[in-house]
Write a protein that binds this ligand. Structure first.
Ligand SMILES: [Zn+2]
Length: 353
């Protein structure tokens, strides 16, 4: 044992260029929380830091947005390479069941349904001639857009009893929020989401290039149930140095000088590492995440002799709604509107015609 040191401590995430991390796909197995009852709407605002806009009345009549609800939509199937034409409501069921565990609180599922509906409408509006990577459809069934799985495949990929236990709940989350989408200043938003922020979400410009007014860093205090909230990757010191220097060239790193050579640079408002300075060279947290396959860019290093452990907090890019945070809020009694307005700053929930 030579030394043990911690030379960068912070927290967070970025999932390369994939806009939305698919929690259910990435976390196939997790501890279920038992049968989840519908959250009661005790409408307590305690601890909710959302900029609650106007009204304050939970049962306000939703503004009718000037977009007609589609009946059938085109989806590019990444498994079959076909363009499918699917019933809009069925599509939403296949997305929410793919992107969020059905064991989650129904208020969290409703929030996910509204992000799914909004995301589709956003894509349709942005790419009326087809998305450049799948030109025959505005949206695909993979992580490139948002994951959709057919009912048959969902049943096949879950344990016996899943359909009976959860399909009704999935249908309810879609039916009870019918037509509802998110807007900001009258425009459909791009509702990014991620698995778990690690305690605070990110400003969009700290992860992607653009500053988006509704994708602001907010507290995400109820993520303790997230199974991958804390994780670590272990590498030998020589692998650690080789991997960094294979990208950045010889930086003069040795087993004994890492704590002097690696200095924390910029940290985002959400607490993730934006940059490290390594013997004068700037390395972004995103690059470190990519090089070492980290869950997030909220990481720290611990060197013990010839081994380095890279410890991460959170999972995903950290922008927009935290799925585990949404479930945690729902378990605390917040409803889907409160959850959405917490994670998407200044948005309205409106109803399509
Ligand atoms: Zn796509």
């Amino acid at each position: 044992m030579l030394n043990r040191m911690i030379y960068a401590a912070v927290i967070f995430a970025m999932l390369l260029t994939i806009p939305n991390i698919s929690l259910a796909v990435l976390e196939n197995k997790f501890d279920t929380k038992g049968e989840v009852a519908t959250a009661d709407t005790k409408s307590s605002n305690e601890g909710n830091e959302t900029k609650e806009s106007q009204e304050g009345n939970d049962e306000e009549i939703l503004e009718t947005y000037s977009i007609e609800e589609p009946e059938l939509i085109k989806v590019y199937n990444v498994k079959t390479n076909d363009v499918m034409v699917i019933d809009f409501e069925d599509y939403l069921k296949g997305v929410v069941a793919s992107e969020m565990p059905a064991e989650f609180n129904i208020e969290a599922l409703k929030a996910q349904v509204i992000t799914a509906r909004t995301y589709l409408l956003y894509r349709m509006k942005k790419y009326p001639e087809g998305q450049p990577e799948h030109t025959d459809a505005p949206i695909c069934s993979g992580t490139h857009c948002q994951v959709w799985t057919s009912k048959e495949d969902l049943i096949a990929s879950h344990d016996d009893g899943w359909y009976d236990a959860y399909w009704g709940k999935i249908e309810e989350s879609v039916n009870s929020t019918r037509g509802q989408i998110l807007t900001y200043e009258g425009k459909i938003i791009e509702p990014l989401f991620h698995s778990a922020s690690g305690g605070r979400t990110e400003n969009s410009e700290d992860v992607f290039s653009a500053s988006v007014p509704y994708l602001r860093s907010v507290e995400s205090p109820y993520e303790s149930e997230a199974p991958k909230l804390h994780a670590s990757v272990k590498v030998t010191v020589s692998d650690f140095i080789n991997k960094i220097e294979s990208v950045y060239g010889d930086l003069g790193l040795t087993k004994d000088n890492l704590d002097d050579m690696i200095v924390l640079g910029e940290v985002s408002e959400g607490g993730k590492i934006k940059t490290l300075l390594v013997n004068g060279a700037e390395i972004t947290g995103r690059e470190m995440r990519s090089i070492f396959g980290l869950n997030s860019t909220n990481f720290s290093f611990i060197q013990t002799g010839n081994e380095i452990e890279i410890v991460t907090t959170g999972y995903g890019h950290g922008v927009g709604m935290s799925q585990w945070g949404a479930d945690g809020m729902a378990e605390e009694g917040y409803n889907y509107k409160e959850i959405l307005k917490h994670y998407y700053t200044g948005v309205e929930i409106v109803s399509m015609k």
